[in-house]
Design a protein around this ligand. Structure first.
Ligand SMILES: NC(=O)c1ccc[n+]([C@@H]2O[C@H](COP(=O)([O-])OP(=O)(O)OC[C@H]3O[C@@H](n4cnc5c(N)ncnc54)[C@H](O)[C@@H]3O)[C@@H](O)[C@H]2O)c1
Length: 248
């Protein structure tokens, strides 16, 4: 399909599976030209592209978002290929869960480097084209545990709490350029990331959610679509809990 004046150019990190893949599907279905990153095997990225009809409007780019050189090359590629970047979704993230007493420095560094430094690098790199355009949306995928905390996740919770501060500060920095920065804090979503939870943990967690179920990744993608839409034009620096009431 030819690029149109209204076609949004979207970049989603960690888009080959889980919540990221649902975001890619949803924004592509809404008519955006979507670039997404993968950082391990290309198989799932290629499978998603085939599922979406091998559309020229969806492209996978290999990048490790914790490496500045990968991020620079990624933004350069998207800017040159599409001429602009309207929406960045910082979705890529990892966990290395264990209690503080057992948590290694490497567990701490790995999670903070991917989840927080990665988002910082992406925001910094994308802010240049967005400032030139005088428009843009940055949507950070945080977590409810960044607000509420969670035993066994001091590294992950700290990284997601950091994303809240990053979101609010950047919203203030970039507002004058019409770049809106928001954060979504999902609760429990069934993906590869939460596959490691045991049956009892899942039952306990589900029972503590007022809606009594986990979220479908599509339900998080719907919130992303909202923040990317014209309907969200007066929202910046917001953290929206998409958690079935878990944090109430
Ligand atoms: N699943 C949940 O219950 C849940 C809840 C709250 C928040 N989240 C957040 O949602 C986001 C997506 O999680 P998910 O559940 O789909 O997990 P997932 O493990 O299925 O997907 C994470 C994605 O991030 C990518 N990634 C990891 N490190 C990367 C790096 N250095 N560079 C580039 N890509 C990298 C992975 O390749 C993968 O595609 C994460 O930020 C996660 O913290 C998930």
């Amino acid at each position: 399909m030819a690029e149109t004046a209204t076609e949004k150019v979207v970049l989603v990190t960690g888009g080959s599976r889980g919540i990221g893949a649902s975001i890619v599907r949803r924004l592509a279905a809404d008519g955006a030209r979507v670039f997404f990153t993968y950082n391990a095997s290309a198989d799932r990225a290629n499978a998603l592209i085939s599922e979406l009809g091998g559309a020229a409007r969806v492209e996978a780019v290999k990048a490790d978002i914790s490496k500045a050189e990968d991020v620079e090359a990624l933004i350069k590629h998207v800017s040159e290929a599409a001429g602009r970047i309207d929406v960045l979704v910082n979705n890529a993230g990892i966990t290395r869960d264990t209690l503080l007493m057992r948590m290694s420095e490497e567990d701490w560094d790995a999670v903070l480097t991917t989840n927080l430094k990665g988002a910082f690098l992406m925001c910094k790199a994308v802010s240049r084209p967005m400032m030139r355009q005088r428009s843009g949306r940055i949507i950070n995928i945080g977590s409810i545990v960044g607000l509420a905390g969670n035993a066994g996740q001091v590294n992950y919770s700290a990284s997601k709490a950091g994303l809240v501060g990053l979101t609010k500060s950047l919203a203030k920095e970039l507002a004058s350029r019409n770049i809106l920065v928001n954060c979504i804090a999902p609760g429990y979503v069934q993906t590869d990331m939460t596959d490691k939870l045991g049956e009892k943990q899942i039952a306990d967690l589900t029972n503590s959610i007022p809606l009594r179920r986990s979220a479908q990744a599509e339900e998080i993608a719907g919130v992303v679509a909202f923040f990317a839409s014209d309907d969200a034009s007066y929202l910046t620096g917001q953290v929206l809990n998409a958690d079935g009431g878990l944090a109430l």
